[in-house]
Design a protein around this ligand. Structure first.
Ligand SMILES: Cc1cc2nc3c(=O)[nH]c(=O)nc-3n(C[C@H](O)[C@H](O)[C@H](O)COP(=O)(O)O)c2cc1C
Length: 314
């Protein structure tokens, strides 16, 4: 059976995100993969209503799907996407972040939460790898949350990111075609994806640029000062993508590096085990809220004032 690779983009038609994605996918096809590609602009995707019917169902041991399953194209795409061995995502950067179209699509994935569904036996585990391409007109400075925003959308569907490209300084339509190095790098991503798929899942690791990012765990470039977490865990510095905890250390050549402490990967969001810790948090915080009738009564009392208050709209 041939390897299945899918490309998902939200870029302009025949422009940078599509071109770089196609270059990567062509390398996969040449290596024997069966390739599928979609542009989210061709599909109707509604935003998550926030009803949490999906996760409430999961907490009762059932896979109830999404209330919007029959109302838009999300399910149609996911049925294909989740049967892939690898998916490459590419998205333009708008306002430092991945485009809203991409995020709206990705944030509809809660009803596919693999860790939940696997735990209740509703789906079988599948190992998938992913590549991420983020395209912008500027440099890293104006794409500061672009790849990181895409990385954050990989957890729900358990996509292991093995390569990422920050495509900078390509504001014009199809401008990336003038940058041979960038095109070659996109091709390399396709090769890396095929290499990862051919590697046993437990041995799959990072294949992207060695020195990419601050975080040695997920290669994000985004760190935050740690604050006490719900269970008291407190790291001096955290990776804002994977949640790795540690501190900054200065090397002999005066450069700074993020060093993960021995228990720093307790809540590594790139792993099912690490994400399970978040399920504990939801259980304690959200579960504690809903299961106490006194909370419900008090909220209903206090809510009245806000429900009744209406401002002029447009
Ligand atoms: C509304 C809007 C906001 C943008 N914001 C950013 C930005 O914050 N940083 C950046 O590097 N480029 C920004 N850009 C430039 C696009 O990322 C750039 O044109 C890119 O090539 C678009 O990808 P595409 O050709 O695949 O559609 C913005 C473009 C638009 C239209």
């Amino acid at each position: 059976m041939s390897v299945k690779v899918m490309g998902v983009t939200s870029g302009r038609k025949n422009s940078n995100s599509e071109i770089l994605l196609k270059e990567a996918l062509m390398a996969c096809e040449e290596a024997g993969a069966e390739v599928t590609m979609i542009n989210l602009k061709d599909y109707h995707i509604l935003s998550c209503t926030g009803c949490t019917a999906c996760t409430k169902g999961m907490s009762e041991g059932k896979n109830v799907g999404c209330v919007l399953d029959k109302k838009d194209d999300k399910k149609k795409i996911m049925d294909v996407m989740l049967s892939q061995d690898a998916v490459i995502f590419s998205a333009p950067t708008y306002d430092l972040m991945p485009t809203a179209e991409y995020l709206m699509f990705a944030q509809r994935s809660l009803s596919y939460e693999t860790a939940f569904l696997e735990t209740i036996g509703a789906i079988e585990h599948k190992d998938r790898v992913a590549g991420l391409i983020s395209v912008g007109g500027s440099t890293r400075a104006w794409q500061s949350m672009a790849l990181e925003g895409m990385q954050a959308t990989m957890f729900t569907t358990d996509m292991k990111v093995v390569d990422m490209i920050l495509a900078t300084r390509v504001p014009g339509a199809a401008q990336c075609l003038l940058d041979d190095e960038l095109i070659a790098r996109a091709r390399k991503m396709g090769e890396n994806i095929m290499k990862a798929v051919a590697t046993p899942p437990e041995e799959r690791g990072w294949l992207g640029d060695e020195d990419m990012g601050w975080c040695p765990n997920c290669h994000s470039n985004a760190l935050v000062l740690g604050e006490p977490q719900w269970d008291g865990l407190h790291y001096p510095v955290e990776c804002q993508v994977c949640g790795a905890g540690g501190t900054l250390e200065q090397t002999e050549d005066g450069k700074w590096k993020f060093v993960i402490q021995p228990d720093g990967l307790l809540k590594d969001r790139t792993t099912v085990v690490g994400r399970a810790r978040h399920l504990e948090e939801i259980g304690a915080t959200q579960g504690g809220f809903y299961s106490n009738p006194e909370n419900m009564k008090l909220v209903q009392q206090k809510l009245k004032k806000y429900k009744e208050k209406q401002f002029k709209s447009i």
